[in-house]
Design a binder for this molecule. Sequence first.
Ligand code: FAD
Length: 567
Amino acid sequence: MSMTKPNTVPLARPELTPDGNGVSACADVLVIGGGPAGCWAAITAAENGASVVLVDKGYCGTSGATASAGTGVWYVEPDADEREKAIQSREAMGGWLVDRRWMHRVLDKTYEQMNRLAEWGYPFPVGQDGKQVRRGVQGPEYMRRMRKQVARSRVRILDQSPALELLRNSDGEVVGARGVRRQLGDAWTVHSGAVVVATGGCAFLSGGLGCDVLTGDGALMAAEAGAEFSGMEFSNSYAISPTFSTVTKTAFYRFATFYTDEGLLEGAGAQRGRSVIAKALLRGPVYAQLDQAPPHIERNLRDAQPNFFLPFDREGINPFTQRFPVTLRLEGTVRGTGGLRLTDSECATTVPGLYAAGDAATRELICGGFTGGGSHNAAWALSSGTWAGEGAAAYATAKRGIANHGTAGSGTAEPGEGVGVAGLNPTSRVDKELTAELVTKLVQDEVHPYDKNYFRTAASLDASLANLDDLWTRVEAGLRGGDGYPPRGENLATALFRAREAAAMVAHARWMYNAARERTETRGMHKRADHPQLDPGQQQRRLVHGLAEVSNGLDPQRPYSALELAK
Ligand SMILES: Cc1cc2nc3c(=O)[nH]c(=O)nc-3n(C[C@H](O)[C@H](O)[C@H](O)COP(=O)(O)OP(=O)(O)OC[C@H]3O[C@@H](n4cnc5c(N)ncnc54)[C@H](O)[C@@H]3O)c2cc1C
């Protein structure tokens, strides 16, 4: 039972599999994460002749940001004018960092796949013209059907099985991953020809509904394998939420008036006026009331987002006639746009064998630095998931020499070494004072406050980075779930993935603030209080990579927006 040899402790160590239990499997493609992006990736990889395993930290179909709420989808009929309008509406908002070619691709793919969803029986509502309205889905119903479709595609699903680290071969290719089964307390290993990371964004455990699993684990794993990130400065999305609720659906606040104890809060609003709310919250409580909603639409609003109203009903508050206290919850990269950098149209990352989809991948290509009022994220999850599934399947099946005409097989069991360090294999002596809870609190202290993350300055970023760099050094050197663990009531598997979650959040905070430090302007959601204007000279996507040392750079690939085309 001894764990005294730092850096040499294999994950699947005997105490995790006392009876020789656990899972060891081979597949062409391993998909990590079972939200919409992961499900579309798994289904598509299987359709392309790959054998597929999908692992999820929670229960695939109910876990993640989509599963818990109604979701608008960027579904635009293939009409040239409509599409052009849809594209233009996002370019300025995103700070001219988009790539129009990707926007067209995503519109095409979203249209195609939403229509397939209809063929699979998704009950879209019917409009007055008798046609189905396919511009949105109810998350629970959508994900229930996606899980069904994944299972129909003969994908093996491991629920409640967080991935902890990637496996890499001697050529530097990603060849699988391993993790734990949190309920059973044992370990799993999947050897695969390629891996798709679809673990969602990082919301820093700030209490938003559906975001409890979104700690950016996939990004940490990818970074350990050498991956690069883009747009990490666009990671400070905050959502309006009642203080007594986890529901962060913000669309209905367009009907709200905001107040402080002194009276009306001038300039506050759901979109552009959110910074007014943040500033007021730094001084004291803020209240909202949905008093701008025409009375006749209350029923429609309840039908559209039933779970928005649940907390009000529980508290006995009528949000249309009564004021209620609100806060802003950090959603980080979930409704931010930064993530793994993609190097081709099939969502390959900068690491061979590793693909990324959904919120784990950068969404700058279609959103620039701002996602605004939804719908693009869902379209991106669906489209990038499809492409990543195709890319990973092609990569993996080519490795076994049957590209394009192979039948689903068991994949190859290529040997690979785990590359996980922070929280798993400390580089020095285990620091028993350093718990996942403590690390989480310390990182939250740097990223939650509005005066550090919403309104950024060089001074605040430098101060936070100094704290976060020290914290990272301690985490890498001495954090390991399972030493001094498990805390009461938890098993060792849980302790291990909690430690990895904490490490992933520290890594995210450092990538975010390093990129934010270098972007000396205000663009998209990135607001520099000391540089409040957009600087046309900085119309380029920023890259970061690294863990011990974080490096900054500019993407050599220029944005491809209307502004760029006009030059
Ligand atoms: C409140 C809210 C409302 C939103 N509304 C809209 C909207 O109206 N329109 C829109 O376009 N977008 C919306 N979004 C954004 C949208 O939900 C996300 O962009 C979308 O869910 C991304 O899909 P995904 O599959 O990448 O990630 P998710 O749906 O978040 O799924 C990630 C999955 O990865 C799993 N996972 C995480 N870590 C691990 C690990 N270590 N091992 C294994 N599995 C792991 C999780 O359990 C989860 O199942 C909203 C987001 C929020 C929070």
